[in-house]
Design a protein around this ligand. Structure first.
Ligand SMILES: [Fe+2]
Length: 294
């Protein structure tokens, strides 16, 4: 793609919301020149063993937006998450806004439609979302322009969103001491992830980078913000100009040792529907456990 247009002189106000159950960081990104905002990667709470869904995390985000009298314009999903459930429809029902994701969601829906043996009522055209972003697409948050950058590798539909002097890394990079995201889910590709990370590292050096996850490696406090320059210098998987070959070898070896995420089954079923819980024939919300399917 062409070089991403950046506006380093625009400094969106960024409020993080850490979810300790899934180590996810959600963000409210606010235009400093207006009251417009976007929510990136919200989390719906689930007690999977009990089949119970609640909204404590999303309610914190809603309370923040209401307290500051913000206008919610976008609910952005950086990708179809496999480790937490999106609360985008719940937040949208309270505050409005459009739900957006990468247009390669159709590939993810095709893959997991099969895994979950979905019927024809499950559309594989991305129509559950309000907006499907293509690589390089832009959108407005008040006076700010957001740019969606296609960054496949972790999943085919991953996007990094660049807004002013901030970029939301999704599951491409973790903090420098955490390295990078796994690339072994169906549709994942370690080489593609390396190429996508290079696109992120080609952003301006002093661009702020916000992570979607942090696990506090080595027992350090949870962190979520770094810069492109710091990632280039210090990232343990790609920093110091590590080669594609070296990265792919490392990533594939490492991924073979990783456990399946605890919430992968409910997460995929909900997130491939833009955050809606699937329904049984009698219209009741229900989640499936396909046996030996992933
Ligand atoms: Fe992910």
């Amino acid at each position: 793609m062409a070089k991403v247009p950046t506006n380093m002189h625009i400094h969106p106000k960024i409020e993080p919301f850490f979810d300790a159950q899934t180590n996810t960081i959600s963000y409210v990104v606010t235009d400093p020149a207006s009251s417009s905002c976007a929510v990136i990667d919200s989390v719906m709470d689930i007690n999977y063993a009990a089949g119970r869904i609640t909204y404590e995390h999303a309610d914190q985000i809603i309370a923040y937006i209401e307290k500051h009298k913000l206008q919610l314009e976008w609910l952005i999903e950086t990708h179809v998450h496999a480790d937490h459930l999106s609360a985008a429809p719940y937040i949208q029902s309270k505050l409005g806004g459009q739900i957006g994701i990468g247009d390669q969601i159709t590939v993810v829906q095709e893959t997991f439609g099969k895994v979950f043996n979905e019927g024809t009522e499950f559309q594989r055209d991305g129509s559950q979302f309000d907006r499907l972003f293509k690589d390089g697409d832009t959108y407005n948050i008040g006076g700010m322009t957001g740019v969606a950058m296609h960054t496949p590798g972790h999943t085919p539909a991953c996007m990094v969103h660049v807004i002013g002097d901030a970029a939301f890394a999704g599951d491409t990079l973790f903090m420098p001491d955490g390295g990078s995201a796994r690339a072994d889910f169906p549709g994942g590709d370690a080489g593609a992830l390396y190429d996508s990370i290079q696109k992120v590292l080609a952003l301006p050096d002093d661009m702020r980078l916000f992570m979607c996850h942090d696990y506090g490696p080595g027992g350090r406090d949870i962190m979520w913000e770094t810069t492109v320059a710091t990632q280039k210098a210090e990232n343990i998987h790609v920093g110091q100009g590590k080669s594609r070959e070296e990265f792919v070898k490392f990533r594939e070896t490492r991924d073979a040792t990783l456990d399946v995420p605890k919430l992968i089954l409910p997460s995929l079923q909900v997130n491939m529907r833009a955050g809606d819980v699937p329904k049984s024939e009698d219209g009741k919300p229900v989640l499936k456990v396909p046996v030996n399917a992933i």
